[in-house]
Design a protein around this ligand. Sequence first.
Ligand code: ZN
Length: 238
Amino acid sequence: MKKKGEIKTIKINQQELESLLYFLKFNKPFRYLDQKIFGKDIYKSYGGIYSQKKIRDYGLSSKDKGKLFIYSEQQVKIIIKKYLSEREIPLVDIIEMIKAKSIIENYKNSYLIARDVEQAKDILGPIARNLIQTLFRKTKIEIGKCEFDVCPEVKLQTAHIDIDRPKFLKDAIRKIGKNEGRYNIFKILEVFLNDHKKKGCVRFLCKEHHDELDSYKKKHKSKKSKEKIKEFKSKLIN
Ligand SMILES: [Zn+2]
């Protein structure tokens, strides 16, 4: 069994890898990809530009061109492989995930002595908050405007929808548990990060709508607020 969050071994052919590398890192036009990578005669018709269709099949579009230019060739190859193996995750989230993972690397071999899950949660809380900020920073920029209905606000906050950040953290702490009387910080944060991969677990809302959602969640046990949450969620844009 593969561990959650691990890169699955997938078969990826060299052409696929090269085309995405040249598209995402080297900012090459489709014409170039058609000729140099796919060996297509650009004067023949393939029902549109061949590589453009290919790129679309990967769930990418022209606006992703050159997106990974700051990464090294090796890093880009890792990102592409990960992207192709977990297609349900948007490319931008994978990039941030890799960045967030490099942050938690700093906690390797660090341990926490805490009384219980609750206390460990309080201590690790600020680190977890920073990680989430890093993880979704770019996505937030891409989303651009409040995801509630037609709200035009562009100043956004990261909002947890069904499960809150402290709950994610507590679950991660419980899952890893105590070993020889101490908590393994790296392992906890790794679980915490991986749990955030689920699509839709966070949305981007303006302060007003984030506060509105939170006010219903505070009283989530009452029937009325359950309905309010449901109604609120139905107005989130896809
Ligand atoms: Zn709003």
